[in-house]
Design a protein around this ligand. Structure first.
Ligand code: GDP
Ligand code: IMO
Ligand code: MG
Length: 427
């Protein structure tokens, strides 16, 4: 019954797509359990580069069944265009399963996301503008539209009517926008019904049966621990639970079924959008990390904010996710620095603090306390084993492992599938 959760340990973009794809060959099912097309996962296979937003990265492994779980929010137009894009490149997507309980990102949810951000002005979250927050808000408010609603026109119409009753008031009276017509939305949504029908399934049943049959199931998180609605840097977060518990609710499996929780951890830190980021760099080192690491958003094309590794955050991710392992990515990006600062604690209003403060005010005041680790200049992109790494790179990894509270079981030394050092097998 091997069930693995693979999730981001920082603010997203840690390299989850690559890590999932790497395991995809030995996994029977890959399940996305939260988020939507706010995610952007780059997977490099040979000389081919794929950008996935909604589809689980396992879609690129022929033997693997990709599943979009009940906890995901689905923009049907994005899903269909992602599928046809892959089909055009010869990728077979026919095995995809889509939960009938997943909520749909409607066109009005996308509109509300954009106008809300504009309205917030300087206080904006910097969302991806994909309608994620408003769709989860509708779900919690019990006015959401689910995939299964596409197959009952009468129910669909009633639900769209109920949702737009309130939304049109807000759009017209508060935001000075035009009202959205119920008929138009219903027509657009019904148009997706037949196209999505081959994929719709009782995914909870399928996943649990697979586990009973000892199949290997990998739960793939979008975003990251610090973007979690409960455990992240609220309000500068996404509107779902990327943390490990989210895999249980977002896929419909009990916590007793999960055997391993792998945190994907970048060898430095990045973040997109607004919100606190203690180790953020505003100098040429930050510029160099961005340039060498190719730190530009896959979804929005925005430059990612870059900074040094933050061990306080890594420890926090270990704790709130119950991590059993780390997959350290992008170690190769740090090649060439004489010394590499690592944040080991924060100074908050004159006090040294070892753990992430729960208070937002404290976190906004946190200043990094750095320890300097010696760097290396050798090219490490061809390293196949830990012993192939220069001594200082080995020490860097060991130091991070000690500070972060879980073993580092794999190291990424390049974007390709084979540019990985496996220390301990995940399966
Ligand atoms: P995700 O959202 O967590 O899947 O990560 P993204 O795909 O948004 O960003 C990670 C980027 O780093 C992608 O462009 C990957 O191809 C790339 N990448 C992943 N692992 C490594 C690595 O070990 N080294 C290098 N140089 N690039 C990597
Ligand atoms: P992957 O899966 C990085 C950020 C947005 C914004 C905040 C809320 O590629 O790691 P939302 O549109 O979700 O309401 O935006 O969350 N964000 C991400 N940042 N990687 C992601 O996904 C992200 N998905 C959302 O930039 O700050
Ligand atoms: Mg990404």
């Amino acid at each position: 019954m091997p069930a693995l959760v693979l999730l981001g340990a920082q603010w997203g973009d840690e390299g989850k797509g690559k890590a999932t794809d790497l395991l995809g060959g030995s996994v029977d099912y890959v399940v996305r359990y939260q988020g939507g097309n706010n995610a952007g996962h780059t997977v490099v296979v040979g000389d081919q580069k794929y950008a996935l937003h909604l589809l689980p990265s396992g879609i690129l492994s022929p033997g693997c069944t990709p599943v979009i779980g009940n906890g995901v929010v689905v923009d049907p137009s994005v899903l269909l265009s992602e599928l046809s894009g892959l089909n055009e490149r010869g990728v077979d997507t026919s095995k995809l399963l889509l939960s009938g309980n997943a909520h749909i990102i409607t066109p009005y949810n996308v509109t509300v996301d954009k106008v809300t951000e504009r309205f917030l002005g300087k206080r904006k979250i910097g969302t991806t503008g994909r309608g994620i927050g408003p769709t989860y808000a509708d779900k919690i408010n019990r006015v959401g539209i689910r995939v299964q609603d596409l197959y009952d026109e009468s129910i669909l119409t009633q639900k769209v009517e109920a949702a737009l009753d309130v939304k049109n008031q807000i759009l017209t009276k508060l935001y000075n926008r035009r009202a959205i017509a119920v008929d138009q939305v219903v027509e657009e949504l019904l148009d997706y019904a037949d196209k999505l029908a081959p994929y719709v399934a009782d995914t909870v049943l399928v996943i649990n049966q697979a586990l009973e049959e000892d199949k290997v199931v990998l739960f793939e998180g979008g975003q990251g621990t610090l973007l979690d609605i409960d455990h992240g840097t609220y309000p500068f977060v996404t509107s779902s639970n990327p943390t490990a518990g989210g895999a249980c609710t977002g896929a419909g499996v009990g916590p007793t079924k999960i055997s391993r929780v792998i945190g994907i951890l970048k060898a430095y830190t990045t973040r997109v959008g607004a919100g606190p980021f203690p180790t953020e760099l505003f100098d040429e080192d930050g510029e160099a990390l961005r340039r060498i690491g190719g730190e530009r958003g896959v979804t929005t094309g925005r430059d990612r904010r870059c900074g040094w590794f933050d061990a306080v955050i890594a420890r926090y991710a270990t704790r709130v996710n119950g991590l059993t392992d780390f997959f350290l990515t992008k170690l190769d990006v740090l090649t060439g620095w004489e010394q590499i600062p690592v944040c080991v604690a924060y100074e908050i209003d004159g006090r040294r603090v070892e753990e992430l403060p729960y208070s937002q005010t404290d976190f906004h005041h946190a200043k990094p306390v750095y320890e300097m680790l010696p760097g290396w200049s050798e090219d490490i992109s061809k390293a196949k084993s830990f012993a192939d790494l220069p001594k200082n790179a080995q020490s860097y990894v060991k130091a991070l492992e000690e500070m972060s509270g879980a073993p580092i079981s794999a190291i990424g030394v390049g974007p390709g599938r084979d540019e990985t050092i496996e220390i301990k097998s995940f399966l």
